[in-house]
Design a protein around this ligand. Structure first.
Ligand SMILES: Cc1ncc(COP(=O)(O)O)c(C=O)c1O
Length: 302
């Protein structure tokens, strides 16, 4: 199958490549990182092939695999919700996945996989290892450093989180150039419209402002975590812009309702495997976080 024409206009790939210090041929941009994931599944998955995921994790990895006819092998994480390399080995040996999805920082746990863990998964995996770094800007290391020629690691990123551009629908992947060539074969001709391309290029001129915002959110995350430490909840270490926690003295649903009645909306994560009673709070402004901590204290004392 021949590669279809590259997007018309002035695509953001060279500017993205410059941001990450890679060759533009190693960048594939699409309408959101979900479309990048769909392109990966179209190019590498399909009937008779399998993608591996490790639950609890971002639901769209298995959903997109399924809608592209790719079977899903779902492994679990350890009791502490960290990636369990023995489980990765078991799933990878058993299912021989063409795509192994990691999510780092993981949605919804916020936990990050170490460089050693990602490198080991890359050694174990039979196909591509896709590291979804939608929240990567909030973390202190990136699997981008593991991407290189002949290495089966690819990293997806999005403008939806740190750039606050979810509605613009722009995401991308950094990968060996041969992977990008495969993705260009399945992308529709001219799939990125001119406005999205321009927005993607323009945003990158404001990196200093973006980094300042990320720095403020990370500092605020530390304050939120310290506030939660003083309350009867279990929380998981977060490298993202949210924190997962489980109330220890009341059910998750009752706490969710109590917070709502006090004007605070958090995410109920009970429907994820292994996250019974868990809630996820997004780092807000200092005032929002104070309001959340005050409301949570009240609910847990009630
Ligand atoms: C881990 C993860 N990956 C990807 C996405 C989707 O990003 P996009 O808006 O770029 O499709 C999300 C959105 O919530 C996410 O949490």
């Amino acid at each position: 199958m021949a590669a279809l024409p590259r997007p018309a206009g002035d695509p953001p790939a060279p500017a993205i490549a410059e941001r990450h210090g890679v060759d533009p041929a190693c960048v594939f941009a699409a309408n959101g990182s979900n479309e990048v994931i769909q392109s990966l599944c179209l190019a590498y998955g399909g009937p008779g092939r399998t993608a591996a995921v490790f639950e609890p994790t971002y639901r769209l990895h298995s959903h997109i695999a399924t809608v592209t006819g790719t079977a899903v092998a779902a492994g679990g994480r350890g009791g502490d919700l960290a990636l369990d390399l023995d489980e990765v080995r078991r799933v990878v040996v058993d299912a021989r996945p063409v795509l192994t999805f990691l999510c780092s920082p993981n949605n919804p746990t916020g936990m990050i996989d170490s460089p050693e863990a990602v490198a080991e998964v890359a050694d174990l995996a039979s196909g591509l290892v896709v590291v979804d770094e939608a929240y990567g800007d909030f973390a202190d290391w990136s699997a981008l450093e593991l991407v290189g020629p002949g290495r089966p690691v690819v990293v997806t990123r999005t403008y939806s989180k740190t750039w606050s551009m979810a509605a613009a629908r722009l995401g991308y992947l950094v990968a060996p150039a041969e992977v990008v060539s495969q993705l260009e074969r399945v992308a529709l001709p001219y799939h990125l419209d001119a406005v999205t391309q321009a927005a993607g290029r323009l945003a990158l001129r404001f990196q200093a402002e973006m980094q300042a915002r990320v720095g403020a959110i990370v500092a605020e995350r530390r304050r939120l975590v310290a506030g939660l430490e003083a309350l009867p909840v279990h929380q998981w270490p977060s490298a993202a812009n949210f924190v997962l926690f489980r109330p220890l003295v009341a059910g998750g649903q009752a706490v969710w309702q109590g917070l709502l009645e006090r004007g605070v909306l958090v995410r109920d994560c009970a429907s994820w495997p292994g996250l019974d009673g868990c809630l996820r709070v997004t780092v807000g402004t200092p005032d929002e976080d104070d309001a959340f901590l005050a409301a949570l204290t009240e609910v847990l004392e009630a």
